[in-house]
Design a protein around this ligand. Structure first.
Ligand SMILES: Cc1ncc(C[n+]2csc(CCOP(=O)(O)OP(=O)(O)O)c2C)c(N)n1
Ligand SMILES: [Mg+2]
Length: 799
């Protein structure tokens, strides 16, 4: 052999090794799916959804995936995760069994059902890791197509880092923006508005995202003919194809069983996106579902015999094997060896996963049974308690609920006894509960040193020379210094860039700080939020604007499903410290003066909800948020931008502590609790009430989540013994939450001498015009009447 021949053989050999490695991973993944389904059907796991039939394109995608890149995908992606080294087989099974140990199940510590992948961006202290040196996956959620929203932001972060590399310098997240965000979505999920909105946004922004559509012609039982015009997503997206002007997408269509073509497509798409920030769409067709959609049903019910036969023939793994053999890359027996090794590995991994899931529970069973048996010896209910222990220890595959139920019963049976054994059991139970709190209830909010409640308060400073200005000018001055100081901060939304938002809070700032920092977006609330999530997940500090509070409904899905759950569903493994800025409460008409605070409070637990009464408070809250790592919604008063306020001397330094209400008027007769714009109306009512000698104590709660953490309101009730909650939301909306907090959480009912009252807006949306507002929202005269009547009933002799 001459030199070139040797080189060729060596190259061939290398090529073969790579291909066989790909076959090995794909085959292991397939076996994992097959075994996973069995585990569910035999009752070891509750639900299973698997990546079978989608292995090959994911192997190809993983080849193009580099350090610093991010995936934003869905439940079919186990092979990609395995091929990228981000998931091993044991971890796959650990999630299937809901192992709550974060080391065994790093994606969610058993909190999410199987198939929900994600890497840990944060260390155990909640601090960022060097994400540019890691392969990353954002944490999956179940709502179809929702992953497309944050994909836009993950991709936009690369563009931002590239554009501002001199400003930002070396950082943990990006090397010159050379990272790609890889999205995956099922064919049927492309029917969602989320998908189309995200595709359009990515095209407008020209950001490095590669969207793969895994097309198996079905969405559960519903065929593509009901999902997609022409049954073909790449066909109908042709208008997005890049043209000679260089704008748009590079669109690829490739068959899901065609290994060389898949490898070539992903290499090209990755390169285009990484180097030139060109978004790409890869439509992967002719995929199958060997085991149907999930363990919840069988596809024989809705697929024809012909289709089922076609799927068998065109299974990507089968065709990959045929291709390997046809091209003499390997032999039957060599492949068989790989398959046999895979069988052993998958079985051993499954077994290890099961044991590591079950052993700690068995340990707890042993401990609790021991304590129950001790108790049995010291009680007249010995037989019953011993039977409980016996029953508990005989469960072959126990869960913790069974321990909790048995202990509770034992303590019930012996409730009047005071033995050491019972005390020991109680003490064990309290540790058990603490551990279960950690397993199932921790990390709703950041537990890092950057938690919002840990931000140190700095009071605003005013002096004699402090100017009186329009409220919006306080914001402009605040944001101006923020953009100067912190290159991670960007602000965007509808009309945010050129005109500096509809109320001029960013006026002139785009000109000063650049179009990359403060910019306009299309009218697309879902992806405005997604852009915020993705950029925040990559170390930036986005302020994403929803133009009016009423339009938060459009943005609510990703806020509720993605942002609010992120810390919780990853048990502190990921964070998106996103600030959503909006304005509302009072102005004009049905869609410009809403205050759906109950909806917000009920859907956004996990976020902070801040309701500053003026712009000085708002600027201080922004400063608190920017120093913390928690996501928040901040609602400015729509009618407050032109009201005069004093400009603080220490903008950008003072902070408003969260969860700390403020008494804005002292009084001894009634505690009146409210927030936001309504406070000004309450102050009008207060003037009228003073005329008849009634002094109300007006408390601005300032932040609804967190709510009055030091129980200031309850303290006020000790003095007044009467409570009125005034709220612009519908009856029983936010006011119900506020009452629950005061009466139950703060034990406020102890201090009441009269029925607590809520005064709210009417149940309908507010009508247009000043009269519409007056007769729809709580007005000063109604407030006067409600409070006067309360006082009259309480002490008729006083008036
Ligand atoms: C918003 C929302 N609607 C419905 C569902 C229930 N659901 C889960 S998967 C699925 C079908 C998805 O099909 P496709 O996108 O083609 O992905 P495939 O499972 O075929 O890979 C549906 C309807 C959901 N998870 N989220
Ligand atoms: Mg499908």
């Amino acid at each position: 052999m001459d030199m070139t021949e040797t080189a060729l053989v060596q190259a061939d050999q290398k090529y073969k090794i790579v291909i066989l490695e790909d076959y090995r991973i794909a085959y292991q993944s397939r076996l994992t799916s097959l075994l996973g389904r069995k585990e569910v059907l035999t009752g070891k796991a509750k639900f299973g959804i698997f990546g079978d039939g989608k292995e090959l394109p994911q192997i190809a995608m993983a080849k193009a995936f580099r350090k610093g890149d991010f995936r934003s995908g869905y439940y079919r992606d186990q092979t990609f995760m395995m091929a990228s080294g981000l998931l091993n087989i044991q971890e796959f099974f650990a999630q299937l069994y809901a192992n709550t140990d974060v080391n065994a199940e790093p994606a969610s510590a058993g909190r999410m059902m199987n198939g929900h992948y994600g890497t840990r961006s944060l260390d155990e202290h909640g601090q960022w890791k060097e994400l540019k040196n890691l392969k990353n996956s954002s944490s999956d959620i179940s709502p179809t197509a929702a992953q497309m929203l944050r994909l836009v932001g993950l991709a936009h972060a690369s563009k931002y880092y590239r554009q501002h590399k001199d400003l930002i310098g070396t950082n943990a997240f990006s090397v010159n923006g050379n990272e790609v965000a890889w999205g995956t979505i099922g064919n049927a999920s492309t029917s969602e508005g989320h998908f189309f909105e995200a595709i359009n946004a990515g095209g407008v922004l020209q950001v490095p995202m590669v969207v793969s559509v895994w097309d198996d012609s079905y969405g559960i039982s519903v065929h593509a003919k009901y999902q997609t015009t022409k049954e073909n997503i790449s066909e109908i997206l042709k208008g997005f194809q890049r043209d000679e002007k260089g704008e748009g997408y590079q669109i690829f269509t490739v068959k899901g069983w065609d290994y060389p073509a898949l490898c070539a497509v992903y290499e090209e798409a990755g390169k285009l996106s990484r180097e030139k920030h060109i978004p790409c769409l890869v439509h992967v067709t002719e995929l199958t579902q060997p085991q149907g959609h999930s363990t919840s049903g069988s596809h024989e019910r809705y697929k024809s015999k012909e289709r089922l036969a076609w799927e068998l023939e065109n299974d990507c793994l089968k065709r990959f094997k045929e291709w390997i053999l046809k091209n003499n890359i390997s032999t039957e027996s060599e492949l068989e060896q790989i398959e046999n090794d895979a069988k052993i590995l998958v079985n051993v991994s499954k077994k290890n996963a099961w044991e590591s899931y079950l052993n700690p529970i068995k340990q707890e069973i042993a401990e609790s049974c021991n304590l129950l048996n001790n108790l049995a010896e010291q009680t007249s209910k010995g037989d019953e308690i011993a039977a409980l222990a016996q029953e508990l220890s005989s469960i072959a595959e126990p869960i913790r609920k069974e321990i909790g139920v048995a202990i509770h019963k034992a303590l019930r049976l012996t409730f009047s006894e005071k033995t050491d054994a019972r005390r020991n059991l109680e003490s064990w139970k309290s540790t058990f509960e603490k551990n279960n709190f950690d397993r199932y209830n921790s990390y709703l909010h950041s537990e890092s040193s950057l938690g919002a409640l840990k931000v140190v308060e700095v009071k605003p400073i005013f002096n004699e020379g402090s100017k009186m200005v329009d409220g919006r000018e306080v914001l402009v001055a605040y944001f101006d210094q923020l953009f100067s100081k912190d290159p991670r901060v960007m602000a965007f939304g509808e009309d945010v860039g050129k005109i500096g938002d509809v109320n001029q809070g960013f006026a002139g700032l785009q000109e000063k700080h650049g179009e990359g920092r403060i910019f306009d977006t299309g009218i697309r609330e879902l992806t405005i939020v997604g852009q915020g999530i993705g950029t925040a997940m990559r170390g930036l500090r986005p302020i994403a604007e929803i133009q009016y509070l009423d339009y938060l409904l459009y943005a609510l899905q990703p806020l509720s499903d993605d942002v609010a759950t992120l810390q919780y569903r990853t048990k502190g493994g990921q964070k998106a410290p996103l600030i959503i800025r909006t304005r509302g409460h009072r102005l004009e008409g049905i869609w410009h003066s809403g205050s759906p605070m109950g909806m917000i409070l009920n859907s956004l637990r996990g976020m902070l909800v801040l309701t500053p009464r003026n712009m000085v408070q708002a600027a201080g809250m922004y400063q608190t948020l920017i120093q913390s790592d928690e996501p928040a919604l901040i609602i400015e008063c729509l009618n407050g931008y032109r009201l005069k306020e004093r400009m603080p001397e220490n903008l950008g330094e003072y902070t408003i502590p969260l969860g700390i209400p403020e008494i804005i008027e002292e009084g001894s007769d009634v505690t009146v609790v409210s927030y936001g714009s309504t406070l000004r109306v309450v102050q009008e009512a207060s003037k009228m009430l003073k005329e008849v000698g009634i002094l109300i104590e007006i408390i601005d709660v300032q932040t609804l989540l967190p709510f009055d953490i030091n129980h200031l309101i309850s303290e006020s009730l000790k003095k007044t013994n009467k409570l009125v909650v005034i709220d612009e939301d519908v009856p029983g909306g936010a006011s119900a939450f506020i009452l629950q907090q005061i009466l139950e959480q703060q034990d406020g009912y102890h201090h009441l001498d009269a029925k607590p009252i809520t005064l709210t807006a009417k149940a309908h949306r507010p009508a247009y015009g000043t009269d519409g507002d007056y007769f729809s929202k709580p007005n000063a005269e109604e407030m006067y009447d409600a409070i006067f009547n309360l006082m009259l009933a309480y002490n008729p002799n006083r008036f």
